[in-house]
Each structure stands twice: as C-alpha cells, then as structure tokens.
Design a protein around this ligand. Structure first.
Ligand SMILES: Nc1nc2c(c(=O)[nH]1)N[C@H]1C(S)=C(S)[C@@H](COP(=O)(O)O)O[C@H]1N2
Ligand SMILES: [Mo]
Length: 265
C-alpha cells in the first residue's frame, strides 16, 4: 500500500470513528465502501461492530504502529513520574498484594464488569518493548506485559455510542458524586487509540510484576502518545460518548493544567 493510500485510509477511519456519535448510517456506508462490513453486522451490536471492525482493520497498518524494540534495547534506568497515590484504599490493596483489587469497567458497555488481577492475567497476554517519553524531556525503553485493551473492550461489549475511554487512577477522586468536582490523574483516549493493537493494560514491566511506582497493579500503556496519557494505578475505566461533563470538560486532569489532550508522537 502506498503512503498516500494508507494516509487516506487512516483519514477515512477517523471519519468512521467520528461518525459514531453523529450518523451511524454514514459510518456504515463508508465501512461498506471499503469492504469493512464484518460478518456479524446483523448481530446484537450491529453498526457498532462495523465501526469497531473497520477501525481496527484499517489501523493495523504498518504506518500507524509505534516502533517496537528488542529486550537488549531496554533502558537501565526507568524514571518515575507520579508517585504512588496517598489514597487509603490504595494502600490497603497494596498491602494485600492487590488480591482484593478489582478493575471496574462501566459506562457505555453491554456488560459492566469487575476484573481481578488474576482474571486479567488469565487473558491472552502480550509483551511489547517500546519507548515512553514524558513531556518533561526524559524517556526510556521498557518491556511491558499485559492484555490488549481491545481484548477487554470486546469482553465488556462496547456500545456504538461510545467515543472515549476514560481512565481513573487511585490518585483521582473518581468516586466523587458530582463529576464536576473530579480532581487528579484521570485521562481519556478516543476509540481509535483504544482499539489500537499496541494499546496495553500492563501488569508487568521488564519481566517482573509492575513495580509500585510505575503504576501497580495495572496501568495503561499507549505508545503512540506521550507518557502522561498512560494512566497508572488504575481503578476505573469508563466508556462514554462525551467528556464534557467530567471535571472542566477538557478530557483529562492534565489538560486542565495546560497539557494538550492529544499527545501523539
Ligand atoms: N495515575 C497516574 N498516572 C500517571 C501519572 C500520575 O501522576 N498518576 N503520571 C503520568 C506521566 S506525566 C508520565 S510521563 C508517566 C510516567 O510513567 P512512569 O512513572 O512509569 O515513568 O505516567 C503517567 N501516568
Ligand atoms: Mo509525563
């Protein structure tokens, strides 16, 4: 596939994803034109599945992948940004080896779910060696082990209206009754990044369990964006059609402090 053709395909895919909220019919027609109607289009999730399928298929292009390294490239030192949360619940769970920790997944999903670390570890796991860069200027290469976010999304069944996946770490008051008062380390990504094959829910780093300061028990790794988007110490993942009603409505805690929401590299 030529560069130009793959770029065009990518743009089309963006349109397909964007159409999710405004015109499912348009998305379906586009997907159809590109031969991306999946065999289960007539199934329960209908057009939603088509959008998912079309997005995944087209994005699995060489040009949209972050560079993968080998184990011998792993950096000797991995800096930390964002110390472990002070949250009491977090420290109780940490002391218990996270046996009682559950990842909650809710919002625009067919099956809201709680997953234990043991359950996540039983899912098909992947190792990725890629680069993580902080907006502060430092970076490192590490090997991450985990389950692709896409696997978990398929498990819970993403509803077609979903446009963003929102991640809340334990250093966020994510259970605030009033979403406007949410403060801390929450972030969101669009569905194209959510379905991307290199987007990982990581519980391992450099062949060990994920060290506490790097986000134990579970963190996001999103290699095509700056490290700040890779939320650590995960507690809750919510699928939503809008982020306007969360905090100041900019899509991330950091965005309220001046960082751009999209941090693609
Ligand atoms: N929950 C949470 N996630 C977070 C942060 C944080 O402070 N809290 N810091 C972010 C920033 S700015 C970066 S660069 C990376 C750092 O990851 P590391 O500590 O594993 O190097 O985590 C991101 N995820
Ligand atoms: Mo960062």
């Amino acid at each position: 596939m030529s560069d130009r053709l793959s770029r065009r395909k990518l743009m089309t895919t963006g349109l397909v994803a964007a159409a999710g909220a405004t015109g499912l019919g348009i998305a379906a027609r586009l997907a159809d034109r590109y031969g991306l109607i999946p065999p289960d289009d007539g199934g329960i999730y209908g057009v939603g599945e088509t959008i998912t399928y079309a997005t995944q298929r087209v994005l699995v292009g060489r040009h949209s992948m972050a560079r993968e390294f080998t184990r011998s490239d792993v950096s000797k030192i991995a800096p930390v940004k964002g110390p472990p949360p002070e949250d009491e619940t977090y420290h109780r769970l940490l002391a218990g080896g996270f046996a009682d920790w559950r990842l909650k997944i809710d919002g625009l999903v067919a099956r809201p779910t709680f997953l234990s670390l043991a359950e996540l570890m039983r899912f098909p796991s992947e190792n990725h060696v890629y680069h993580q860069a902080c907006e502060e200027g430092w970076s490192f290469i590490a090997e991450w082990t985990g389950v692709p976010l896409s696997y978990v999304l398929n498990l819970v069944g993403v509803l077609p209206q979903a446009k963003y996946v929102v991640f809340y770490g334990f250093d966020t008051n994510f259970d605030a009754a009033d979403k406007q008062t949410i403060r801390g380390k929450w972030n969101s990504i669009d569905m194209a990044d959510a379905w991307h094959p290199q987007t990982l829910l990581a519980y391992g780093m450099n062949g060990q369990e994920l060290p506490t300061p790097h986000g134990a028990p579970l963190r996001l790794r999103l290699p095509r964006q700056l490290g700040g988007k890779s939320t650590k110490y995960l507690a809750l993942i919510t699928l939503t059609d809008t982020v306007k009603d969360i905090g100041k409505g900019y899509g991330a805690g950091g965005t309220e402090r001046g960082f751009s929401w999209y941090a693609g590299i």
